[in-house]
Design a protein around this ligand. Sequence first.
Ligand code: HEC
Ligand code: HEC
Ligand code: HEC
Ligand code: HEC
Ligand code: HEC
Ligand code: HEC
Ligand code: HEC
Length: 393
Amino acid sequence: MLHRKALFVVILLSAVVIFFVQCLTSNPSNGNDPRGRFFAGANSCITCHKDIASSYLHTNHYKTSGETTHDGLKNFINASNNKVYYEDSALVILEEKTSRFYQTYKMYGNVLRSEPLDIAIGSAEKAQTYAYWKNEQLFQLPLTFFASRQAWTNSPGYPPRMPYFNRVILSRCFECHASYVKKTDFQTGPLEMSEKLASSSLIFGIDCERCHGPATSHVEFHQQNPNATEAKFITVIKTLNRQRQLDICAACHSGNDLDIQRSLFAFKPGDTLANFYFPHFGNGGSEPDVHGKQMQLLQASKCFQQSKMTCSSCHNTHQAEEDKLEIFIASCNACHPSPNHKMQVATSGKNCIDCHMPLQVSRSLDFNNGKERRSIPYLLRTHRIAVYPGGKE
Ligand code: HEC
Ligand code: HEC
Ligand code: HEC
Ligand code: HEC
Ligand code: HEC
Ligand code: HEC
Ligand code: HEC
């Protein structure tokens, strides 16, 4: 009896001690991160990783979603580039009202519908699409900015005859295009479910902890041990095996048509991605689409099969990728110092990429320009590195 009492006191005391220790070691995110206290938030990385944190701001991962700004949109909208016609009498036009932009559906001059561009998805490297909030749901707007053409188009997959305002943006988009959003499932019909998204929980852009995992303990340790030079309480990606390293990128670069079992927001470096999908994960089809399927395409290359390459062999995700052709070519040359070309092809521009990773048209993303019903090709680099007929096709 006495024994049990003593044990109880010890447990109680430890609980009190743990409680005080937790209060003393202040959580760097002040418990404000919607993902919980294990996440420190991107601002807390800046003090110690200044260079990476500042170069990262310029990447498309960082810019891949956000609230729209008036000035940002202004770059894409002008009097000759602000509408799409569906019929001669029906159009959607981008309108500025009280310093916000709206997409307004007009027929014979009458306004049938007008909704604001609240948020943007896509960095606009290639395209940017928009959504508006209504009753804790986000709906995709009819017009998407297609940056490679500097033109407004009907949003991908939308019917060319009539503007559409009702496609719900689910949390799944944000699993690849943001760092977090809290969702609640609700019933919309006898057999239909949808999701409400808590706007205050939305962390736009892909932040450090999206790839590196929750880092509060790491931050606390290094704040308290400023002389420690070896990283603690953070996964050292370089030491993971090849498949686990690939999984970090493949989480978002294996396409969107796989059956997902668990939210990718829970994925941390070191986790096995296959556990997040239903069993057929990995059979990305015989001809994976260039949109979003970099992993499957790369896997189909001899370069990948006969070497130990990972995505990091060519990409440094901490830096923006403009004008880095030289670096990519250097990465080819690292393994192919003197490629054996029968013809004198490669010597001129030395652009290995145009011939061996040519731009291809996506089959899964289809844009059109409304009235003329013209579909606009969405071009991406294939990651199946190979010899293509005609060299440059
Ligand atoms: C108080 C200082 C401090 C803060 C704040 C901090 N780190 Fe670190 N971090 C370090 C030190 C020291 C190292 C080890 C030296 C190095 O690799 O720069 C390190 C290393 C790392 C590594 C490399 C691990 C490896 O060796 O591959 C990652 C990844 C990392 N930190 C991520 C983060 C993230 C994400 C944040 C913000 C959530 C963060 N750190 C905030 C001090 C800090
Ligand atoms: C898209 C995924 C991704 C994001 C986002 C990301 N990292 Fe990394 N980071 C990596 C990978 C992959 C590596 C390992 C690279 C290698 O193998 O050399 C790495 C390595 C590191 C390292 C150790 C090696 C080095 O370059 O010093 C640090 C420190 C680090 N990251 C900090 C950060 C910080 C801070 C942020 C946010 C500003 C961030 N990372 C955002 C993927 C990411
Ligand atoms: C959380 C999801 C996510 C993860 C994890 C992720 N990516 Fe991405 N990545 C994206 C999205 C979304 C885009 C499109 C960004 C845009 O332009 O809006 C993208 C774009 C890119 C681009 C094009 C960059 C550019 O400048 O246009 C490269 C290269 C890339 N990712 C490589 C990687 C690599 C390598 C890793 C692993 C270290 C990785 N990604 C991890 C979601 C992710
Ligand atoms: C499985 C991850 C994934 C999901 C889910 C996903 N995307 Fe993407 N998205 C990507 C990747 C990766 C890219 C860039 C590279 C590519 O197209 O292959 C991209 C590119 C884009 C772009 C063009 C960005 C640019 O400028 O390059 C837009 C716009 C976009 N996605 C919107 C959406 C919307 C809207 C949804 C939800 C309906 C969605 N995406 C769902 C991974 C995803
Ligand atoms: C990590 C090493 C590595 C890197 C980096 C690499 N490759 Fe390869 N590549 C290989 C290996 C190994 C093979 C198979 C043996 C061979 O054909 O030389 C190969 C094969 C090829 C082939 C023949 C493919 C076929 O189907 O017959 C081409 C073409 C090629 N690589 C081009 C490139 C280009 C272009 C780049 C840069 C974008 C590149 N490789 C980067 C290792 C690499
Ligand atoms: C103008 C298009 C073109 C350019 C540029 C080009 N290649 Fe090739 N490459 C080809 C063609 C076509 C073949 C197959 C026919 C042949 O062997 O000539 C080939 C074959 C190859 C092979 C397989 C033969 C072997 O050595 O095993 C490799 C590897 C390769 N190229 C790498 C490269 C690298 C690296 C670069 C950049 C330095 C490059 N290529 C630039 C068109 C090109
Ligand atoms: C052998 C080098 C190499 C490897 C390995 C590699 N990439 Fe790339 N990647 C490239 C090149 C080259 C481009 C084209 C860059 C450009 O056109 O500016 C590219 C472009 C991209 C883009 C932008 C798509 C586009 O069409 O603009 C994404 C996304 C991407 N890579 C993701 C990945 C992911 C994820 C992995 C790992 C599964 C990976 N890459 C591995 C060389 C590579």
